[in-house]
Write a protein that binds this ligand. Structure first.
Ligand code: 5GP
Ligand code: MN
Length: 319
């Protein structure tokens, strides 16, 4: 679908709800809030519904009202729902209901595997982040970008590109980032807060996770796991586990890294990364998940060891 219909729907709407995926990352929060602020500048009523705490590493610049806890039964009247950075309705958690409750629905996404769930989807897999799509949209809506909008979109784009180092980073990515910097975005400060600072709990969790490291298939596959027991022991939050996968994939000689994490509800969440030739989105899709060629995820019901074995077998099948 082209963007014209989306622009028409936004122009017509008075009250707009924005949502993104659970386990929010920088793209989810940055794209949602950047879009929300732009819509407000157009005179729209706009709110972003979340259903978990904003991870500490993203709440440093969020002096923003309009970030509303989703409380199933009591939400305002909205005539348009915009879903950003979501490949699958399942990733919306309870807020999936809004897709049925709000009359018009739009999805802005950049995942190769996008399982259609909205009336209007705009999917651009060559966009490095949903933030790039929102940037385009904001420009096309004629909204003047300001420092707050630029900061949100910069967080979105810099996180989904791993600070402009993943191979989804294109000349367009750099041009957009360059334009965002021209509004005064403090990239050094963002980079420190989002990427470099760690909570003490996260460092302890890293140690726990690394202790579980196992290598398979001529040491080309590295797998770690994180149990509830480990999380409780070091008082870690869900968000403290983000990025631990990098320790697996960054081992020299490893092609695929996986981290299996036990979630609060007992289900298992796998994060998958590949270095060069394995398409891990294919592996994730075998378990009903998805993502990108080099970064994907899925969930599984069962025990860690049997999941690990199945996962490793599927990964080997792709090598
Ligand atoms: P992460 O490992 O950082 O949680 O996720 C990496 C990528 O895989 C992200 O782009 C995310 O959207 C995608 N992803 C993670 N879990 C799932 C899942 O259960 N289903 C789908 N479709 N995508 C997922
Ligand atoms: Mn994204």
């Amino acid at each position: 679908m082209n963007m014209d219909k989306i622009i028409q729907l936004i122009e017509k709407a008075k009250s707009i709800a924005i949502v993104s995926h659970t386990n929010m990352d920088g793209d989810a929060i940055g794209s949602s809030l950047g879009l929300m602020l732009a819509l407000r500048k157009m005179g729209k009523y706009a709110v972003t519904y979340i259903e978990e705490n904003v991870p500490e590493r993203f709440d440093f610049w969020l002096d923003i009202d309009g970030l509303v806890r989703y409380n199933g039964d009591k939400i305002g009247e909205h005539d348009l729902l915009i879903v950003v950075d979501v490949a699958d309705r399942k990733l919306l958690g309870d807020r999936g209901r809004l897709l049925d409750e709000i009359k018009n629905t739009i999805s802005l996404d950049h995942h190769v595997l996008h399982y259609t769930y909205s009336d209007n989807s705009y999917v651009k897999p060559d966009a490095a982040a949903a933030g790039e799509i929102v940037y385009d949209l904001v420009k096309r809506l004629g909204v003047q970008i300001d420092l707050d909008i630029a900061t949100c979109l910069y967080v979105a784009i810099s996180t989904d590109t791993g600070r402009f180092k993943f191979d989804n980073t294109t000349p367009t990515t750099h041009m957009i980032a360059g334009d965002l910097l021209s509004y005064g975005v403090d990239s050094n400060w963002i980079s420190n807060k989002v990427f470099d600072e760690n909570s003490k709990e996260r460092i302890k969790l890293v140690a726990e996770a690394i202790g579980t490291l196992k290598m398979y298939y001529h040491e080309k596959i590295a797998v770690m796991h994180i149990t509830r027991e480990m999380m409780d022991k070091v008082h870690a939050k869900e968000s403290d586990s983000e990025g631990i996968i990098d320790f697996a994939i960054n081992i020299r000689g490893v092609e695929v890294g996986a981290v299996i994490r036990e979630k609060e509800d007992g289900s298992l969440k796998a994060s998958l990364r590949s270095k060069s030739f394995v398409d891990v989105s294919k592996v994730a899709s075998m378990f009903g998940g998805g993502g990108h060629e080099k970064a994907s995820g899925c969930t599984y019901q069962g025990d860690i060891m049997s999941f690990e074995e199945k996962l490793v077998n599927c990964i080997r099948g792709e090598m």
